[in-house]
Write a protein that binds this ligand. Structure first.
Ligand code: FMN
Length: 164
């Protein structure tokens, strides 16, 4: 069994989850940035991760799934600055799942990731009030993903591996 863990991460938060997943996997495995992955051929399972950007999947993640994941076994991991139980978040996460519609989706994980100071400042200057309100929420995201969330990511990876 050969497993790939591939991620797109602008500020390192999704990479933290990728590292946690990677370290939990047994057998032949590779850890790569999404931009380095030309094809999923040769992998029995691919964990693919990226952040939520502007209420949906990061463009890099969405395009990768639409163009390269057809017919492949894929488990998604997503980070976002909103708390996991925030109202409306399912809609964003469903857009991530929809991007993987041509793949065989075998697992899905999401958790909070810190909104970086630089990004928060950028968002607070945005014309869109929704974006501005996001920028203001940085304090509650600091330190995420914390150890409990990384442990959930490890458990998720082991559960997917055990099931396949
Ligand atoms: C331009 C931009 C827009 C974002 N929009 C959202 C959003 O709509 N909802 C959300 O929960 N987080 C949003 N975020 C926060 C990121 O999803 C979050 O900080 C994530 O953990 C960053 O992951 P990374 O460090 O791997 O890039 C946004 C971040 C950026 C840079």
């Amino acid at each position: 069994m050969k497993t790939l863990v591939a991620y797109f991460s602008q500020t390192g938060k999704t990479k933290m989850v990728a590292d946690a997943i990677y370290e939990s996997i047994e057998g032949e495995k590779e850890l790569k940035e999404l931009g380095e992955v030309d094809s999923l051929e040769g992998y029995d399972l691919s964990f693919i991760g990226f952040p939520i950007i502007a209420f949906g999947p990061a463009k890099e993640g969405k395009e990768f799934l639409e163009q390269k994941a057809a017919g492949k076994k894929v488990a998604l991991f997503i980070t976002h600055a909103a708390p996991e139980d925030q109202e409306g978040i399912d809609e964003w996460l469903n857009k991530c799942k929809a991007a993987a519609a041509s793949a065989e989706l075998v697992g899905f994980f999401d958790c909070m990731g810190e909104l970086s100071e630089q990004i928060a400042e950028f968002l607070m200057k945005n014309d869109d009030p929704m974006m501005r309100s996001f920028g203001e929420r940085r304090p509650e995201t600091i330190g995420q993903p914390d150890e409990s969330r990384l442990q959930r990511a490890r458990d998720f990876a082991r559960e997917v591996m055990a099931r396949l």
